[in-house]
Each structure stands twice: as C-alpha cells, then as structure tokens.
Design a protein around this ligand. Structure first.
Ligand SMILES: NC(=O)c1ccc[n+]([C@@H]2O[C@H](COP(=O)([O-])OP(=O)(O)OC[C@H]3O[C@@H](n4cnc5c(N)ncnc54)[C@H](OP(=O)(O)O)[C@@H]3O)[C@@H](O)[C@H]2O)c1
Length: 282
C-alpha cells in the first residue's frame, strides 16, 4: 500500500542528506537509505532494493559511484523496472553534466512511464569541503590534474532545493533542470578563495593526469574509481561544461549561489579550521 513516503537513496551523502533534511522540515514522510541504514540499499545488490521501495510514491535517486560508469545504464534500468512494479509514481534522478553514460541513464528514467525529473549538475563546490578535494585543502597541497578549464561549481544546497521542489511541486514534473553555479572558475581560483578566507596556506600543484591517477593507485583506490577519475578529469573536464546555465533559477525563481558565498558559509562549519585533520575523504 502507498503511504506517500518519499524515498531518498544516498541519504547520508552530500545532496541526499540535505534533501532528507529539507523534506523532514516541510513535514513530508521520508525513508532515507544507503548501505548503512535499515533497511539497507546497495546499488551492487538488487536484492536489497525491494524492502526500501515498499510503500513509497516518490524517490530522490543518487547513483554510486557515478552515472558515467559503464554499468550505470543497466543498473538504473533494472532499478526503474523494480520501482515501477513496487508502485513508485515519480522519480527524481541526480545526474552529472557532460557525461555520455549519464545521458543514457537519464533516458531510461525519461522513457520509464513514471513521472520524472532530472537534476543534471555541474561539479559540486562541496567537493572542497565534504568530498575528495578536502584532504588537499587540509594538507596544504592540492594535487590535481593540470587544467585551466573553467567550471561553474554548484553549491549542493542549491541542488537539494531544486530536488525538493521537483519532488513536491507537481507543476515542475517531467522536466530536466540543468544546474550550475553563476560563474565559471578554475581550480586555482577556487583554492585561492578558500585559502584567503580560511587563512590556510594551500599550494595548488597541477600534475599530468597519468601521474595523478598513479597517485590514486598508490593510495589503494580501486580500478573502477581510477577509471572514473580519468574520465571525469579528461572527457568531462575538457571545457564542455564551462557554460553557465540557469536551471536553479528555472526551478526556484532565484539565482544560483556564488562560490564566494559557499566559501563564506562553509567557513562557519569549521571544516577548514586550523585544527581540522586530514581524513582521506576519497
Ligand atoms: N561530486 C560532484 O561534483 C558531482 C557532480 C555531478 C553529479 N554528481 C553525482 O552525484 C552522485 C552522488 O551524490 P552525492 O554527492 O549526493 O552522494 P555522496 O556524497 O557521494 O554520498 C554517497 C552516498 O551514497 C551512499 N552509497 C555509497 N555507495 C553506495 C552503494 N553502493 N549503494 C547505495 N548507496 C551507496 C553513501 O552511504 P553509505 O556509505 O552508507 O552507503 C552516501 O549516502 C553521483 O551519482 C555523482 O555522479 C556528483
């Protein structure tokens, strides 16, 4: 039986936790799931999906590790079929800009017969505070593949608000929101902004992509994640995603948050404090 519960897959992640919190604040009935919840949800274990889908009408779906990976399309197809059979009516998928694999997974959702929304996002600003680039900020040396490409980093608070609007406003259904920040900037500009605001000394160290991947290998990152990082830093980061678009404004009627605003509010959380420790956020 359906009871209007909204399922959040990846509910402890950067966007999922925020979507979960916003929905709860608005009084919606929610079920947040990931590998560490009860019931647990694991993309690599289809047997875990059924219990999570019981009784839910809508879902916010974040795929792991990334919709760019070759198996994403088939896994999403399998999930959509099971969700439909379980009675799901509306699916909001978080996607990534400029990823061919992601477009294939988006199509599966768009052609599913379910009500749908796609939130297709640029790189997250929070990669510097809650993701794989936090270690570089805290260690004082940010090693990254060399690139002058400009990226309109988006604040994940904006993504969460767009996802919640899509989940809760029927007039927004069946639309793709391509969301970016309001300004395209380089890695160096991001790092300089964080260094200036936090008082940290952070050296930006651009290296050839192969030596970056070799370092990930030395840190023990699995091969599929090495493949993903190469894909993200070469194909996806070739400049195709530099143009700013206005999906945040289309969904929310207000402009997207600037990177400097993200830096200002993140500073308040203490994550970049002098006493903060390197935690290996991969
Ligand atoms: N980072 C970016 O710049 C960027 C840009 C555009 C799009 N995206 C997309 O954003 C998505 C990630 O969303 P996010 O950043 O909100 O999440 P996230 O911060 O990467 O968090 C991961 C979440 O997924 C769960 N998880 C990890 N592995 C899982 C698995 N095998 N099965 C089920 N759950 C799993 C984690 O919890 P447990 O550990 O408890 O399972 C956690 O809740 C990816 O699809 C990525 O392609 C990212």
């Amino acid at each position: 039986m359906q009871d209007n519960t909204i399922l959040i897959i990846g509910s402890t992640g950067k966007t999922g936790a925020r979507v979960h919190r916003l929905l709860e604040q608005k009084g919606y009935k929610t079920r947040g799931v990931s590998r560490s919840t009860t019931p647990s949800f694991d993309w690599t274990d289809p047997g875990s999906w059924h219990a999570c889908l019981a009784g839910v009408t809508s879902a916010y779906v974040t795929f792991q590790p990334d919709l760019a990976v070759p198996e994403a399309e088939n896994t999403v197809r399998e999930f959509v079929a099971e969700a439909k059979a379980a009675g799901l009516k509306h699916l909001v998928l978080l996607s990534g800009r400029g990823e061919d694999g992601a477009v294939k997974a988006e199509r599966v959702v768009q052609q599913s017969g379910l009500d749908w929304n796609i939130v297709r996002a640029s790189w997250f600003a929070q990669n510097f505070s809650e993701g794989f680039m936090l270690d570089g900020i805290l260690s004082g040396e940010m090693v990254l593949p060399e690139s002058d490409t400009r990226e309109p980093f988006i604040d994940v608070d904006d993504i969460a608000e767009v996802a919640v609007a899509a989940l809760t406003k029927p007039q927004l259904r069946n639309r793709l929101f391509e969301v970016t920040g309001p300004r395209a900037i380089t890695f160096k500009e991001c790092i300089d902004a964080i260094a200036a605001a936090s008082g940290r000394t952070i050296q930006y160290k651009p290296v050839p992509v192969e030596s970056y991947i070799n370092q990930l290998k030395a840190h023990g990152l699995p091969e599929d994640i090495q493949w993903l990082m190469r894909e993200l830093f070469t194909v996806v980061f070739d400049g195709r995603n530099t143009p700013v678009v206005n999906g945040v404004e289309e969904a929310l009627g207000r402009p997207a948050t600037d990177f400097n605003e993200y830096v200002k509010k993140t500073l308040q959380t203490g994550v970049w404090d002098a006493t903060a420790q390197v935690i290996n956020a991969y």
